[in-house]
Write a protein that binds this ligand. Structure first.
Ligand SMILES: Cc1cc2nc3c(=O)[nH]c(=O)nc-3n(C[C@H](O)[C@H](O)[C@H](O)COP(=O)(O)OP(=O)(O)OC[C@H]3O[C@@H](n4cnc5c(N)ncnc54)[C@H](O)[C@@H]3O)c2cc1C
Length: 485
């Protein structure tokens, strides 16, 4: 196959793609390709020779072999919900987009062994549903769950709301199958929980944003589905107090906090302004808003009490009562029905759309040691204020991740605001406090300048050596993650 391919002329490449995946799965008309070459934010767009939609690992390998032989860049793509311009081509390099969305089979689910093997194009929510049929959960959860794919989740090492309890995608993955830049297929889908047989190639490809290989399938851990859940919205005295609240809840629920999301007043305001149907969970001004969810898979915790509530809710309400007496929690709304819980999550998950809809904003995705988050926000918010920005912050507070979005303050013109100085200030304080400039969305194209500036040079050198060794022709997702030398 590879020999025949090497002999094809430039136009013949597209025909060769057609031979591999079938005519219907090679898109070349501008109107068909448009959606695949524009990213979710609308900021990144480039052209592609074609969009190729393979259905099997073998087809992916043949496409990659062909592109490697012809020095054509390959851009792996999943649900296109990435926020850093990672899943679309870059200008100046002949590229083909390889969309994995037809590889969407849940290959097998081992309910006893609590693992699942899914192909890269499986939509995250589909994996949730597959697990739930066996009273199990795949606990990676965030707003894009209805569109993003597990290939994209692995490649960005996605996080989301439940990292506080289950870890990010890396911690949920037990093995992968992938096509390397020369077309070699590696298959590590055994699902072993212990396997110390050398370098962990799965960990190399997770978070590599498609620059080292195309992930075609993965094996994941599954967990018992919660039998009881309690979801509440809290107004907490301060970010410092929020940490005490988190620890108190963890200590008294056996580590049952599944989500601990920071939603301060400015974020609530923008959500309610853009989506008037969303109701504020608490009256009045919220000091430090927290959406918290505690869950348990113990049947006892789901037992109904005399007053009709379930045991877990009663316990959480008692704990919140204690925290109120201590002055840490100022007000609380506990969801009394599945509908109220859904409404709270809908509010949380609509923030990105609300900010995007409200006007221009610069999104920073940062992380800090938990104990330093309060200092970051207390120092940075007033500085941003002074520069004319309104920070619209939300965050997965339980794991130290803040989505710090800078929008124009009331009455200020975005175009005249000193965005570069604002970024400098944020990155300087982050460095001082030992934080990271990229918590969960990855580097893509948008964070290349800060990667150059802040990533330790020695680490960058090792990354470049790995890339050079595995992909000497630089065909896999060039112009992403690794800044030019
Ligand atoms: C409303 C909204 C909320 C979000 N919330 C979160 C959140 O809470 N946490 C979070 O982590 N992210 C979040 N994101 C970002 C995004 O959803 C994640 O990065 C997601 O994992 C991307 O998956 P995808 O399938 O859309 O990947 P794409 O956007 O298609 O691609 C993302 C990157 O992965 C690479 N890639 C895709 N598939 C493969 C593959 N099979 N093999 C190799 N490389 C591949 C691409 O080349 C690209 O570099 C959010 C996005 C939106 C729009």
């Amino acid at each position: 196959m590879i020999e025949a391919i090497q002999n094809t002329d430039a136009d013949g490449v597209v025909d060769a793609f057609r031979t591999i995946v079938g005519e219907a799965h090679v898109l070349t008309r501008p109107a068909d390709v448009e959606g695949y070459v524009t990213d979710w934010t609308g900021q990144y767009r480039a052209t592609a020779l074609a969009v190729v939609r393979p259905a099997t690992t073998r087809e992916v390998a043949e496409i990659v072999m062909l592109c490697n032989a012809r020095n054509i860049a390959v851009v792996p793509q999943g649900g296109r919900t990435g926020l850093c311009g990672g899943g679309v081509p870059v200008a100046g390099r002949e590229s083909v987009v390889v969309s994995l969305t037809r590889m969407n089979a849940v290959r097998s689910l081992d309910a006893k062994g609590r693992t699942v093997i899914a192909e890269a194009g499986v939509v995250l929510e589909t994996l949730h549903d597959a697990a739930l049929k066996h009273e199990l959960v795949f606990p990676l959860v965030f707003g894009a769950k209805g569109s993003c794919t597990i290939g994209g989740n692995l490649s960005t090492n996605a996080g989301g709301s439940n990292v506080v309890r289950y870890g990010n995608t890396r911690e949920l993955c037990l093995g992968i199958e992938a096509v390397m830049p020369d077309g070699t297929v590696i298959n590590a889908l055994t699902g072993l929980r212990k396997d110390n047989t050398g370098y962990d190639l799965k960990d190399l490809l997770i978070g590599a944003e498609g620059t080292l290989g195309i992930i075609t399938a993965a094996v994941f851990k599954l967990f018992p589905a919660p039998k009881a859940r309690t979801t509440a919205f809290l107004s907490v005295d301060s970010l410092d107090a929020a940490l005490s609240v988190l620890n108190h809840l963890q200590d008294h629920t056996g580590g049952g906090v599944e989500a601990f999301e920071y939603m301060p007043q400015p974020a609530l305001n923008v959500i309610c302004k853009v989506f008037p149907a969303i109701r504020r969970p608490l009256e009045g001004t919220v000091a430090t808003g927290i959406l918290v969810e505690v869950a348990s898979s113990r049947p006892n915790d789901a037992a109904e009490m005399q007053d009709g509530t379930i045991r877990l809710s009663t316990e959480v309400m008692e704990l919140l009562g204690e925290l109120m007496e201590e002055g840490l929690v100022l007000d609380a709304m506990v969801a009394q029905s599945e509908q109220q819980r859904t409404d709270l999550w809908k509010m949380r998950e609509s923030i990105l759309e609300a900010i995007t809809e409200a006007g221009p904003a610069y999104h920073l995705d940062i992380s800090l040691p938990l104990a330093r988050i309060a200092r970051f926000v207390e120092e940075m918010d007033p500085e941003m204020d002074q520069l004319g920005f309104q920070p619209l912050t939300v965050g997965h507070l339980g794991d130290g991740n803040l989505h710090y979005a800078l929008s124009a303050a009331e009455g200020r013109d975005w175009e005249t605001l000193p965005l570069e100085s604002a970024k400098e200030k944020v990155f300087a304080l982050l460095s001082e406090l030992g934080g990271s400039f990229s918590a969960e969305h990855g580097i893509g194209q948008s964070k290349l300048p800060v990667m150059t500036k802040l990533k330790e040079p020695a680490q960058l050198e090792v990354m470049r050596a790995i890339k050079q060794a595995l992909d000497p022709n630089n065909i896999l997702n060039p112009g992403k993650l690794l800044p030019p030398n």
